[in-house]
Write a protein that binds this ligand. Structure first.
Ligand code: NAD
Length: 377
């Protein structure tokens, strides 16, 4: 199993700390099991934090903290009664289920007393993982349907929200969803549902990638065939029709809407100039670096920030936690995504700032308002 990056662990602790958080950072190790994990609870002014648990070989405290902060902003922007947190477990996300269950159960027991963190699914974890966590500590979100959950990845809550954000964003850039060419980096839970919901609005998926590479077809990729490949555990590059490339090739494909839906920092100062698109809809968390975000703004490419565009999943989780139904979840996602996307893009336009600057200002205002209601001592 890959070891945690020691310098990152040391440097990362307080590197980004500010008046909003983090509230606590917990390292979890179980030497007998080979388990190493991190939990960052960033800010709980609005209520117990909700944030996903990621299994990945290459995360750090820095990244976990940045993801936790993104959850603080996302939950505040969405007006949820929850703060932001995030957890990571070092390991191969494709490890056998039995090993994953041991990891998740041990990690859940270790964080059981941190009651202001509610664990949810993220890359490498799913509804079954959340059921194991709830079995251990009595709380989690993103549960299987059989035990009262609204399976957010199965129903495509985040992809649905991205499509709702796109519908509003098209009014702010030179894109019409009918006939829009879409490229999706990371054809997983978020990416494939975004493609499907956008297709329902008339858009065409012209390129997609996963960890195995990129597949391009300007006439449109067959979504059912892509889903069938993913279901059978294969890479989408095995699709029969389409030009194949390595996984970086997706960055160069001409599109109207480009959706990062895989890893953080995939668009950076060194590759942002390669993007040939009009609208970036951030499905992944922190997929665009601050420099790249500014470069997109300077080039007139509209970029809807992650914690606005991809809030569908956590809104669904919050509805589930509050005992709501799937129908209520979809309605809430649609309403919140539309209102917030418009508010952010209006503010950005009025003040001639980037959508990210407008979104951060809006979310921080809401976090500080929540903090003002807490006892000061
Ligand atoms: P997933 O594991 O279901 O899918 C990820 C996909 O990305 C897989 O197809 C994988 O092969 C691919 N991938 C991995 N590395 C890649 C690379 N370097 N290049 C291209 N493709 C690559 O994960 P997911 O749940 O869809 O989450 C994707 C991203 O969206 C993550 O950043 C996650 O934090 C974020 N997110 C997820 C949700 C949700 O509801 N699941 C909500 C908000 C944000």
């Amino acid at each position: 199993m890959p070891k945690a990056d020691a310098p990152a662990l040391q440097q990362g602790l307080f590197r980004f700390a500010d008046d909003l958080g983090p509230e606590k950072i917990l390292h979890v190790t179980e030497p007998g099991l080979g388990l190493h994990g991190i939990l960052v609870v960033d800010n709980v002014a609005a209520g117990p934090s909700i944030g996903g648990c990621r299994i990945a070989p290459d995360v750090s405290v820095d990244e976990c903290f940045r993801l936790a902060r993104a959850m603080t902003l996302k939950n505040a922007a969405a007006g949820l009664p929850h703060g932001g947190g995030k957890s990571v477990i070092f390991g191969d996300p494709a490890m056998p289920d039995a090993e994953k269950e041991r990891y998740i159960r041990a990690f859940a027991r270790a964080i059981g007393d941190i009651r202001d963190y509610i664990i949810g699914p993220d890359m490498g974890t799913n509804e079954a993982c959340m059921a194991w966590a709830r079995d251990e500590i009595g709380r989690s979100v993103g549960l299987p349907r059989e035990i009262g959950g609204i399976p957010l990845d199965e129903i495509g809550a985040t992809g649905f929200g991205l499509a709702a954000a796109a519908e509003v964003a098209q009014e702010f850039c030179d894109v019409t969803l009918e006939g829009a060419r879409v490229a999706v980096q990371g054809y997983g839970s978020v990416g494939r549902h975004a493609a499907r919901f956008l297709a329902e609005k008339g858009a065409i998926l012209v390129a997609a990638s996963d960890s195995g590479g990129t597949i391009v077809n300007q006439a449109g990729l067959d979504l059912d065939a892509l889903d069938a490949l993913k279901r059978s555990g294969k890479s989408i590059v095995e699709l029969k029709r389409g030009q194949k490339g390595d996984r970086e090739a997706i960055i160069d494909v001409a599109s109207d809407i480009w959706i990062p839906a895989a890893r953080p920092d995939v668009i950076r100062a060194d590759n942002v100039a390669r993007l040939d698109t009009k609208l970036v809809l951030q499905g992944a968390n922190i997929p665009v670096t601050a420099e790249a975000e500014q470069a997109l703004h300077a080039r007139g490419i509209l970029s809807v920030p992650d914690f606005i565009a991809n809030a569908g999943g956590v809104i669904c989780a919050a509805v589930e936690y509050a005992g709501g139904t799937q129908t209520a979840a979809f309605q809430t996602i649609e309403e919140k995504l539309r209102i917030n996307t418009r508010e952010v893009l209006d503010a950005a336009r009025e003040s001639s700032i980037s959508p990210r600057e407008a979104a951060v200002a809006m979310a921080e205002r809401r976090v500080r308002a929540a903090m003002s209601y807490r006892r000061a001592m």
